[in-house]
Design a protein around this ligand. Structure first.
Ligand code: NOJ
Ligand code: CA
Length: 519
């Protein structure tokens, strides 16, 4: 929000700015928006440290602006998901301030306290930036628990009063009219973190509670989990269709990058094969993505695999973060290689599940590695070659993060205005999303992975009624071919540079792809 478009030229993106840009998003083909936290926050963690769960950060607008935005989005047929961050609060939240002021505060047990630093506990999520998960609170002489920064004390989710607060937050925003929530750090939220229960079971029942509360308020609302967990643990997030509706697919994401590093389809095929064995209950599914606002997390790869991805896409130490990730956007990782960028997003659009893109990725925006930590990938949206990339008329110092103004990825080269005019990546992305709509809901029950006979090439098939789609991608920088042997009658290529010959042999150039359908 704060980096998308500034309507009043104070340097901060805001709801009114977002309203102005809704037609742009609609034109691109977006039908659902996920808003990062927009609540009052000291901004230690880019808004993920919340000081008031049911208000709008005044820098971004008012609750009325939010309502206007929601109405405008609805009119355009765009759903809105917002972030539900209830693993922790800001240390500036009145609950925590009260809890810290007195051991007898009614809010004391909203948080997790200990007289000592317990052994054998979970590690910090931000190694190098935050090295402890227990921080001493001087006022009341105890340690409090936090998996993220010390300014983000963890809520004691086992406390019925905290559960009641979470229920109220869910109800508040659903009553406002949002379509659901992206639920922050669910894999952390359910971990047991009490000093007296070092090896306690994960607290999965909270997922049942949350779903019940959600359904009670609005049975058509959805929850999308950020659950970066091991494959064998994924089923618990869906439950029996009675927990999270959706879950980001971190496994495929990381293996796709391994496949790219190796210029072969094999790691991607293996990941999809394994994932297909995880049962997906009715009404549930994955959300696929290439990059998000966080680091490219490679934590689920084996160490040598992770090193291969580092070597390929983050050769310098300063491009990496937390020992497990890369703080870069896709376009610079791929040296702005248009064919390869198209192929990567094309694969994402063809994976079973929902597709998600992040602002700026439709232009092939870059990163600013001079900024610290994850800030490198949070620079302002590049609208034009005007001042501050057309994001704001304020002075550059007033911006949350500076616009990228040097090199290939400078806003002078890469911006919306420019890309509306030419054969641009933005135009490509718009067409890809349009064609993606032809595929319909790419649910797993319609999906099959076919043998390609070539380790560089991955082939998906979807069957729906009488419709057949064959989606072919070449992950190698050498041309490849694929002989279409499937018995699906006459076919045509409706998207991609691949060329289908009369002999049903598909010719793919370097990083080529083709979306075929029966006719
Ligand atoms: C996950 C968010 O994506 C990340 O940006 C944030 O730092 C943590 N959760 C903590 O809320
Ligand atoms: Ca503003």
């Amino acid at each position: 929000m704060e980096t998308f478009f500034d309507s009043n030229d104070d340097g901060i993106g805001d709801f009114q700015g977002l309203i102005q840009k809704l037609p742009y998003l609609k034109q691109l083909g977006i039908d659902c928006l996920w808003l990062l936290p927009f609540y009052p926050s000291p901004n230690r963690d880019d808004g993920y440290d919340i000081a008031d769960f049911t208000a709008v950060d005044p820098r971004l607008g008012t609750l009325d602006d939010f309502r206007q935005f929601l109405m405008a989005a609805k009119q355009l047929g765009i759903y809105v998901l917002i972030d539900l961050v209830v693993n922790h609060t800001s240390d500036q939240h009145p609950w925590f301030k009260s809890a810290c002021s007195d051991r007898n505060s009614p809010y004391r047990e909203y948080y997790i306290w200990s007289d000592y630093i317990p052994q054998g506990q979970h590690k910090t999520i931000f190694p190098g930036e935050e090295d402890n998960t227990w921080t001493w609170s001087e006022q009341t002489g105890q340690y409090y628990h936090h998996r993220f920064y010390r300014e983000q004390p963890d809520l004691n989710i086992y406390n019925p009063k905290v559960k009641e607060e979470v229920r109220k937050i869910i109800k508040f925003w659903l009553d406002e009219g949002v379509s659901g929530f992206r639920v922050d750090a669910v894999h952390i939220l359910i971990q047991f973190a009490r000093p007296d229960h070092v090896n306690g079971q994960d607290h999965e029942a909270i997922l049942d509670d949350m779903r019940r509360w959600l359904d009670e308020c609005n049975s058509s609302a959805v929850m999308l989990a950020e659950a970066n967990d091991d494959i064998d643990k994924l089923p618990r997030y869906f439950g029996n269709s009675d927990r999270m509706h959706l879950m980001f697919d971190f496994i495929t994401n990381q293996h796709l990058f391994l496949a790219l590093a190796r210029n072969t389809a094999q790691p991607l095929r293996e990941a999809i094969d394994i994932l297909l064995k995880v049962p997906i209950p009715a009404g549930c599914g994955y959300v696929n993505f290439i990059r998000k606002h966080d680091e490219l997390n490679l934590g689920k790869l084996k160490e040598d695999e992770r090193n291969e991805v580092f070597e390929a896409f983050a050769p310098e130490e300063y491009m990496r973060i937390y020992g497990r990730g890369i703080r870069r956007r896709l376009a610079p990782m791929l040296n702005n290689d248009r064919a390869r960028m198209e192929m990567v997003y094309s694969i994402m659009f063809c994976l079973p599940g929902t597709s998600m893109i992040r602002y700026g990725d439709e232009l092939g925006m870059g990163e600013d590695l001079q900024l610290k930590g994850r800030e490198s990938i949070r620079t302002v949206m590049q609208w034009s070659s005007g001042n501050n990339a057309g994001f704001s008329k304020a002075s550059a110092e007033a911006l949350p993060y500076p616009a990228i103004d040097k090199g290939t990825f400078s806003y002078k080269n890469i911006n919306v205005a420019e890309q509306l005019r030419e054969e641009s990546f933005l135009q490509w992305m718009t067409s890809a999303i349009q064609c993606r709509q032809q595929l319909g809901a790419t649910t797993i029950d319609k999906f099959k992975m076919l043998e390609s006979g070539n380790e560089s090439v991955i082939v998906f098939r979807y069957d729906e009624g009488s419709k057949r789609f064959i989606l072919v991608h070449n992950l190698n920088d050498m041309p490849a071919s694929y002989a279409l042997t499937e018995d699906i009658g006459a076919v045509m290529c409706f998207f991609g540079p691949g060329i289908l010959g009369n002999n049903r042999e598909l010719q793919l150039g370097r990083y080529g792809y083709a979306w075929l359908k029966n006719i």
